[in-house]
Design a protein around this ligand. Structure first.
Ligand SMILES: C[S@@+](CC[C@H](N)C(=O)[O-])C[C@H]1O[C@@H](n2cnc3c(N)ncnc32)[C@H](O)[C@@H]1O
Length: 312
């Protein structure tokens, strides 16, 4: 199967990016390059798109599909947490637009062969960047019972964390858990039929999500990225962030709020002592969500939320 993209909220992202010819833009999560293609068309003839993805397959695909625009793109097989260093290496002081479309791509799920899907029998890997060390197999077979319960509960909001972890620990004492299918079956077997039937999603959905977040350190890297976000943008430059998980959205929301509020002094201080001033303004107070028609056509868009802010 070829490389596909199912970009989430393409029209909304395009509208809020507010691009013009000549802009310098960053797509931090190229994936199938869907958003990247519409971005680049809006900044021609002399704009520049810096494309980043930690997955080598996404970069290889971008080289192909963005080939007609090769003069206007620079691709980096990197983590978006390294964006400040990437911009510095190119002598760029600020950009007009940054897009983050978090999580994993349709291609990683369907063609990745890295155990992202509980419907496939693949090695339990889940690394988006295969240069990193931690795999889902390592986590499932070596983390303590307490660590596994915490991860499943915190990153997957899995109510059966303890029961599922006990089943995993019992199984791994006999033989290591090697594949996505094996793990999915352990979870299905540990889920009471009454609960399994009452859920709209597969019983393994939450545990697989939690493992992916832990393997790829998704939350801590997002926190690192958000730390000094305003300094990456020029005045009037926009950041669009699509998240798929309440923990991701919380990190984004809090960081944007901090930069929007400026002063962090306690209310009872008679005057500001911290000296922080507002550096961005939110473009929409509430997150933008996909239409029902989009969710029907692309179930992966189900839980997505888009937040947009502008540097002031
Ligand atoms: C939802 S997909 C992006 C889809 C893309 N916007 C499109 O239109 O096709 C997310 C992509 O982000 C990449 N990714 C996730 N976290 C990353 C990070 N911290 N640094 C770089 N790339 C990341 C994944 O490898 C994946 O390819």
């Amino acid at each position: 199967m070829g490389f596909e993209h199912t970009s989430v909220m393409p029209k909304e992202v395009h509208k809020y990016q507010n691009l013009k010819p000549g802009d310098i833009c960053v797509d931090c999560t190229l994936g199938g390059s869907g958003h990247a293609q519409s971005t680049i068309k809006a900044i021609l003839p002399d704009g520049m798109l810096i494309g980043i993805d930690q997955d080598m397959d996404a970069i290889a695909n971008a080289k192909k599909v963005l080939h007609p625009f090769e003069k206007n793109i620079q691709l980096f097989h990197s983590n978006f947490a390294s964006l400040p260093e990437i911009l510095q290496s190119k002598g760029i002081e600020g950009v007009n637009s940054i897009l983050l479309d978090l999580g994993f791509s349709f291609n990683q799920l369907v063609n990745g062969k890295r155990g992202f899907s509980f419907n496939k029998n693949e090695p339990l890997d889940m690394r988006m960047d295969i240069r990193t060390q931690l795999t889902a197999k390592k986590i499932v077979n070596t983390y303590t019972e307490k660590e596994l319960v915490n991860i499943f509960f915190k990153y997957g909001e899995e109510k059966l964390s303890r029961k599922i972890t006990r089943a995993i620990v019992k199984k791994r004492l006999e033989t290591p858990i090697e594949t996505s299918k094996e793990l999915a079956q352990i979870i299905v077997d540990a889920t009471p039929a009454k609960i399994a039937f009452s859920q709209k999603i597969h019983p393994a959905t939450r545990v697989f999500q939690a493992l992916r977040i832990e393997v790829n350190q998704e939350l801590s890297l997002l926190e690192t990225f958000m730390k000094d976000l305003p300094s990456l943008l020029v005045k009037g430059g926009r950041i669009c962030i699509i998240s798929f998980h309440s923990l991701e959205d919380r990190i984004v929301k809090h960081a944007l709020r901090k930069f929007e509020n400026g002063c962090t002094c306690p209310r009872e201080f008679p005057k500001c002592m911290c000296g922080f001033i507002p550096r961005i303004r939110s473009i929409s107070k509430k997150p933008i969500i996909p239409t029902q028609a989009e969710i029907d056509a692309n179930p992966m868009a189900r839980s997505s939320k888009l937040r947009v802010a502008e540097k002031i």
